[in-house]
Design a binder for this molecule. Structure first.
Ligand code: F3S
Length: 388
């Protein structure tokens, strides 16, 4: 892989030890994937923030990196393992919180903004069509590629951090036109009535597509929340990083003889059943990916004036929570007994250590991960049903 003079200098340690290590990581990746060169990226979104997922080894790595590593481009964090302000009242262990705060401080020292959300695109971080970025949260990657037309591979937390520090990424994969081509076409025959149906569709199609690009036919109209939910599920049951929707997404490239599958009423019913393993739950958790303002408004309307018999978490970005507070929606949800949770989510927090065994969700991605990540039995359903 060709490195410019400046990149060679970084590799040789002229910009510090962390920058050299970052360049070494990117050069190795480029070599593995046969990239001809590195290209500049305009932003990095970094996963590997929760102490639950990265542990002491991750913390040590970050603290070492933070000694002289500084980001060169706007860089943002994925959700952490707890609400950074409300962790105590939510019952998070003190030792967990102490380590989590050290992780956040290490990133902040490097200049990464502690946005702690998987939906940066809902808080104004909106790369343009054709813009090259290095994002690592799989649901944000697929949204950026598919809905925004930006270009990113499914980076790991470490490679995204390396890109943040160097401002570069290897030129391969979804940065190239030739790889933005669908090899699986899904004909959607079932009527998708609720976000949970989009999640079920994503789980079904992702398992078939694995790492391939998916093209959907038969979806007439979608909201941003539906696209976000569908993409997150596709990227959870498979390693999908890009999808098209006929007549809706700007990009639509299907060539050759793609695999064709149908998603009818039977597939929808079966997938929904497979995602459920419980008939009840102690916790109702909404916001995977993090809730938009519109979703929170809908939840507030549904619980207004009621007294909830189960705990309710509404997970969202802190910046959205600030708006929601101002609009009075937080108060409506809290009066009913629920809470708005920021900086974290039901999957990357230690749900199992704070006493939950059964969780109800309307997200295909959360339903897919909760049994293995958080030892939860899952009740999967529409927002209306899980709130009921
Ligand atoms: Fe976001 Fe957590 Fe789901 S990071 S996509 S809410 S698993």
């Amino acid at each position: 892989m060709h490195l410019t003079r400046e990149e060679e200098d970084i590799l040789n340690g002229e910009h510090g030890a962390s920058a050299a290590k970052a360049m070494e990581i990117l050069a190795a990746l480029g070599k593995i994937f046969n990239a001809e060169k590195l290209i500049p990226v305009t932003s990095a979104q970094i996963s590997g923030v929760s102490y639950k997922t990265i542990g002491d080894a991750g913390l040590e790595f970050l603290e070492n990196f933070a000694k002289d590593g500084r980001v060169r481009i706007p860089s943002y964090l994925n959700p952490s393992g707890m609400d950074l302000e409300e962790w105590e009242s939510m019952g998070f262990p003190k030792e967990f919180a102490r380590k989590q705060m050290k992780i956040i401080r290490a990133y902040q020292k490097m200049g990464v903004e502690a946005t702690c959300t998987c939906t940066p695109y809902l808080i104004g971080i909106l790369p343009k069509r054709g813009e090259h970025i290095a994002w690592s949260e799989s649901s944000a990657v697929i949204f950026a590629n598919s809905a925004l037309g930006a270009r990113t591979n499914r980076e790991s937390g470490i490679s995204a951090l390396a890109s943040a520090i160097t401002g570069k990424t290897p030129y391969f994969g979804y940065h190239l036109d030739e790889n933005r081509v669908a090899e699986v076409v899904v004909n959607v025959k079932a009527k998708l009535e609720d976000l949970s149906d989009f999640g079920a569709l994503g789980i079904y199609a992702g398992a078939i597509a694995k790492q391939r690009v998916v093209a959907f036919e038969g979806i007439d109209t979608v909201t941003v929340d539906e696209v976000k939910t569908l993409g997150a599920a596709l990227a959870a049951s498979g390693a999908v990083a890009l999808f098209f929707i006929k007549g809706i997404t700007d990009e639509w490239r299907v060539v050759g003889r793609p695999e064709r599958v149908e998603f009818g009423v039977g597939e929808l019913k079966r997938t929904r059943e497979e995602l459920s393993s419980s008939k009840d739950a102690e916790l109702i958790a909404v916001g995977c990916p993090h809730c938009s303002l519109e979703e929170i408004r809908e939840i507030a309307e549904k619980v207004r004036g009621k007294k909830l018999k189960r705990k309710l978490w509404v997970c969202t970005a802190r910046k959205i929570k600030i708006k929601v507070d101002k609009l009075g929606l937080t108060k409506i949800i809290e009066d009913a007994g629920g809470r708005i949770v920021s900086d974290t989510c039901m999957v990357v927090c230690p749900l199992e250590d704070i006493g939950f065994e059964r969780t109800a969700v309307n997200s295909g991605k959360a339903a897919h991960y909760l049994p293995s990540f958080c030892k939860q039995k899952v009740l999967f359903g529409s927002l209306k049903d899980i709130l009921k």
